[in-house]
Write a protein that binds this ligand. Structure first.
Ligand code: 6CS
Length: 316
């Protein structure tokens, strides 16, 4: 059969590299073909999710930044400073976390989706027209966020005016000044040329981008067991590949940005400067417990325990 797999990025961006490895593995180990649909070919993130839920697509990559609107618990990824930036700790966390591997799958199943994996895509950085050294600097800044209620809360707590928008509207929005800021990992700021419409990149260390790959649940459950295993094995190979692929990617991407636009300022906030941003975390966490669905408390507690177990707890 031909299986259709859509994702939210271009072919040579992180989600595309993952998808290409998955395709390669599936095609090497079965008679199936995987057809890849990068961003823009089938619509926005919300559209490809609908297509995966209805079975038009067999596979989809959608980030919790968008899934949070569908599965409220997935908003947990937007509690600031919850995830570490250490890439090894992050990879081990995603591989071993009970919250990710045991608690999230039933929540995705309720939406007709088989959660296959979640993986990190890099440190999230703010891009703005003016310097950001304190929350006051975000005052009056219309800051684009993914369409996720908790992310809106977190940027409100940072002092900005959050503006939820689908990805396709971001570059144009920055260009016309409808929005003046947004956040994304360095590779994406570089590959999508967002630096062209940005003067400052700020590293506050508040988050690391998470994404998730799923299959349509009926499709997956209808497969013979050995094919389910073959898919899971292909996902595991692609996971290892994408972790390795991203080694050094953040710094390389920042170098490329500086080369392409020497006038850009890239500023890493000091521990002291981060403090007021960190202090918002508790309030956002409380908000998550209110809007994060029935499992919010259980997921948050388990995430913290899982992070602690890999040496990335908030106290370690
Ligand atoms: O900001 C966004 O909407 C996009 N950012 C990344 C890194 N991947 C896909 C997502 O749509």
């Amino acid at each position: 059969d031909t299986w259709r797999y859509a994702f939210e990025e271009a072919m040579d961006e992180v989600q595309g590299i993952f998808a290409q490895k998955f395709k390669e593995e599936v095609e090497a180990n079965s008679d199936h073909t995987v057809q890849l649909f990068p961003f823009g070919t089938l619509g926005e993130s919300a559209d490809i999710m609908e297509q995966a839920q209805s079975g038009i697509l067999q596979f989809v990559d959608q980030s919790p930044g968008f899934t949070g609107a569908l599965i409220p618990e997935a908003q947990v990824f937007f509690v600031p400073y919850l995830l570490p930036q250490d890439e090894e700790q992050l990879a081990t966390f995603f591989e071993e976390s009970k919250a990710i591997n045991e608690m999230f799958p039933p929540l995705y199943e309720e939406q007709g989706l088989k959660l296959l994996t979640m993986f990190p895509e890099g440190e999230v950085m703010m891009t703005t027209q003016e310097p950001v050294e304190a929350p006051e600097d975000l005052n009056e800044v219309k800051f684009r966020v993914m369409t996720n209620p908790l992310l809106v809360e977190s940027y409100q707590a940072f002092g900005a005016t959050p503006t939820p928008l689908p990805w396709g509207e971001v570059y144009g929005g920055l260009q016309t000044g409808i929005i003046q800021g947004q956040e994304n990992p360095a590779f994406f700021i570089e590959s999508t040329k967002m630096y062209e419409v940005t003067d400052y990149i700020t590293r506050a260390g508040h988050n690391n981008f998470t994404t998730a790959v799923m299959a349509n649940l009926d499709f997956f459950e209808g497969l013979p067991e050995e094919e389910q295993t073959m898919i899971q094995d292909a996902i595991d190979v692609a996971f290892d590949h994408i972790i390795e692929y991203q080694d050094g990617l953040t710094e390389e991407s920042l170098e490329k940005i500086k080369e392409a636009k020497p006038s850009i300022t890239i500023n890493e906030l000091s521990e002291e400067q981060r403090q007021p941003f960190m202090e918002t975390a508790e309030g956002v966490e409380q908000e998550f417990l209110e809007i994060g669905g029935d499992q919010a408390q259980a997921i948050l507690d388990q995430m913290k325990a899982d992070l602690e177990a890999v040496g990335a707890g908030s106290d370690s």
